[in-house]
Design a protein around this ligand. Sequence first.
Ligand code: DGL
Length: 266
Amino acid sequence: MKSNAPIGVLDSGVGGLSVLKVLHQMLPNENFIYVGDTARTPYGSRSEAEIRQFVEEIISWLEHQGVKQVVIACNTLTMLGIDSLKKEHPFELIGMSKGEQLLLAASKKKKIGVFATQFTISTEAHKKAILAADASAEVYPMACPKFVPLIEGEQFGNPAVAEAVAEYAAPLKEAGIDALILSCTHYPFIKDVVEAEFGAGVTVIDPAEATALLSKASLEKEGLLSDEKAGSVTICCTADLERVKRLAARMLPTEACSFKEISLRD
Ligand code: DGL
């Protein structure tokens, strides 16, 4: 495995760009290949068998690009179980951090909210991780199926976004949470609306940085950190290249990125 090989980053759509942003800032010497399966997003309301098939197709495609590590920049896919996705791939897979330590550090009242897709919420993975770290915590999970279509559809100025945020926030505000995790990588695109809805008494956590630290630690351990002066960022998608370019510009300095529409069967 060569240390200057690229790092693969994947998601069902544009959400993982919020993780790519942090990875690129933390590891500027690395080459990144991002894949967003924009032809088939959202994944979060699909069956486990279907999601599993899709992610295996993306990982195989990235393997053909010669990646040295794959970051699963998608909570829904991470919840399938990183070990079960590993197969015989010659590289490490890094999943999204569940952020339980960050949440417990941020929450004085130990009343914690989780915003995520239906699939992620159905696994109860965040609730279990938080309770394993502190059994006295109270966890309030909330599936937010309206968010991903609004974000993929670039509906940022649409009142429907604030309305959906208010709808999902209401029971968590009622419960009196003081920390909330955005456990879907799409949601940082509307973090400002979520923060405005909850107000200053609730700390809103994006687990992207904790995830990027896991990626970095694994590269260090394997002796695979790049020694290039400046890395490259290639953003690939399976549909709607122009839309992906506009959404990427909300997260990354896109003048330094290259873009490609791909077929996962290539
Ligand atoms: N961005 C994804 C996540 O982190 C998945 C969104 C979806 O496709 O439903 O869960």
